[in-house]
Design a protein around this ligand. Structure first.
Ligand SMILES: [Zn+2]
Length: 330
């Protein structure tokens, strides 16, 4: 999965231009937070930037990729570059301390030391506090690259001492492919790719079975809304509400409903990138039966329900209200 300087420059032109210019002008900050969705290339960008920094034979197009320093960085054994990754589910204080110890020891040698903390939001509170001290008082010239998909879970004091670099999200196509590579069915992958990577601190991909079941509930419920409306309240009561149990889950459920109507609109407009690609027959049927105005109205109702959900409206009332509206005129 190695990516070249050229490739990352194509995907993240702004980020790479900013960082390269800072290196060229010798104006790098001491610490950066690279934030962006999974698959946006943060880690690859970090290591290419580090190569550019150390490369013995770089030119205006980037690092050479062939010199001793480039090779060592590629192989993860450059003496002045360290990577910290989570052990189990978190990054622990001992890991940050051993990084500090290593740097103090190597600090005898002149030159810049660089460390990368992948998934920096996974640091425990004590690890983060330990890192904060290190950010404030490094013993030798140091560059920190802290990578995260979830900047809001990071210690404010760390973020405020770093320069924030925001990566553009990867394309829908790339995200779908990423989930498929994890062995998730293509039907579920195309939904997962449209949802946030994480919610409530949990990885969405770890709830793939829950998503797959939720998906079938959406298909059933909408089938009933449009063809067997007398059935919907029962399905809501017995299946939907027990599955989408709390506000966060129901929010995902509403997203899944939303994607359905957006798909119908996409089919109507001749687009091919669908959240429910395997349901094309039903989507085409919907596209024939509904005008664009009707579809847009339904999309608006679902968005309205999402806003009411945030305002703490009772889940059952909210869903009953929404289903009634979706049934109107069908
Ligand atoms: Zn080189």
């Amino acid at each position: 999965m190695s990516m070249t300087w050229e490739e990352i420059k194509t995907e993240q032109p702004t980020v790479m231009a900013i960082l390269k210019r800072s290196i060229d002008k010798n104006r790098l900050a001491h610490a950066y937070v690279f934030e962006g969705r999974r698959g946006s290339g943060k880690k690859k960008a970090a290591f290419l930037i580090i190569q550019y920094l150390f490369c013995l034979d770089k030119d205006t197009n980037g690092p050479c990729g062939k010199c001793r320093d480039c090779k060592r960085i590629q192989h993860g054994n450059h003496p002045d570059v360290m990577l910290v990754e989570r052990e189990g589910t978190t990054i622990k204080k001992a890991q940050v301390e051993s990084l500090q110890k290593e740097f103090t020891y190597r600090g005898m040698e002149p030159g810049l030391k660089v460390y990368v903390v992948n998934e920096a939001d996974k640091m425990t509170a004590s690890a983060a506090n330990s890192l904060l001290k290190f950010l404030e008082e490094p013993e030798s010239p140091t560059l920190a690259l802290l990578l995260t998909e979830n900047i809001h879970s990071m210690l404010d004091t760390i973020v405020s001492r770093s320069q924030k670099v925001t990566f553009a999200p990867p394309s829908l196509e790339k995200r779908t492919a990423m989930y498929e590579e994890q062995g998730i069915s293509s039907a579920a992958s195309s939904l997962l790719a449209r949802l946030p990577d994480q919610w409530g601190g949990e990885e969405l991909s770890e709830k793939k079975e829950w998503i797959v079941h939720g998906r079938s509930l959406v298909i059933q419920l909408l089938e009933e809304v449009h063809h067997r409306p007398q059935q919907t309240l029962l399905t809501l009561q017995e299946k939907w509400l027990p599955h989408f149990k709390d506000r966060e889950e129901l929010d995902i459920g509403l997203d899944l409903l939303l994607f359905w109507y957006r798909d119908i609109l996409a089919v109507k407009q001749g687009q091919e990138d669908l959240a429910y690609p395997d349901q094309i027959k039903k989507l085409e049927q919907g596209a024939l039966q509904m005008s664009e105005t009707v579809i847009s109205q339904r999309v608006q109702w679902i968005l309205h329900a999402k806003r009411r959900l945030r305002a703490n409206v009772n889940a059952q009332l909210l869903m009953e209200h929404l289903l009634l509206r979706l049934q109107e005129g069908s």
